[in-house]
Design a protein around this ligand. Structure first.
Ligand SMILES: [Zn+2]
Length: 206
């Protein structure tokens, strides 16, 4: 994944889709946003492209392949990612609220600092991903494989795992509820610190 650097002197960001500048330093923001939306709608494979900073709300990404691309600091609210392959993609510090990730296949991707509230994960593969500092509150992960993904410093209130694979998923500050404990392999997760610091590991897990 290599992108050209923004032409603005001193700026170290990468040039955004169809521009020689990053989105912030591009003059024609509206035009860039419009062409990005059109490109996404018309193409089933999105590869080696940088959409960082662009507002891309209400887009149907379902069944597309998103590969080696960047959507850092983008707004992706109300988007449909059902049956989407998301491989080696940066969606860090992005707004991903009210999105659907049913049956999607997400690997080796970065969602640090992103907001997933009210999004749906069902039969989702989300493996080897980094959700450092992401907001994953009020979410039900249903029948999903979350193995080897890292949820460090994520806000994990009201989070439920129904029938999930949590093998080597890394959490801190988590207090698994009874339903998660019964239906997922919470014992195979790696927990750095517990929410209830004064309880022993065995008291939380069992
Ligand atoms: Zn720039």
């Amino acid at each position: 994944m290599t992108f050209e650097v923004c032409n603005e002197p001193g700026c170290e960001k990468t040039a955004v889709f169809s521009s020689n500048y990053c989105f912030k330093h591009s003059d024609n923001k509206e035009e860039i946003s419009q062409s990005a939306r059109t490109f996404i709608k018309e193409n089933s494979i999105i590869k080696n492209l940088n959409f960082s900073g662009i507002e891309l709300n209400n887009i149907d990404f379902s069944s597309k392949k998103i590969l080696f691309s960047r959507f850092s600091h983008s707004s992706l609210q109300n988007c449909n990612f059902d049956k989407t392959d998301i491989i080696s993609v940066f969606m860090d510090f992005s707004l991903l609220t009210n999105c659907s990730f049913k049956n999607s296949n997400i690997k080796l991707s970065v969602f640090g600092g992103s907001d997933f509230r009210k999004s749906i994960f069902e039969d989702t593969v989300l493996v080897f991903c980094n959700l450092l500092g992401a907001n994953i509150s009020d979410i039900l992960f249903n029948n999903s494989d979350l193995s080897h993904s890292r949820f460090i410093n994520s806000i994990t209130t009201s989070i439920l795992f129904y029938n999930c694979n949590l093998k080597k998923s890394v959490f801190n500050s988590i207090d698994f509820d009874k339903k998660s404990l019964k239906t997922s392999n919470c014992e195979d997760a790696i927990i750095v610190t517990y929410k209830k610091n004064n309880l022993k590991e065995s008291e939380i897990i069992k």
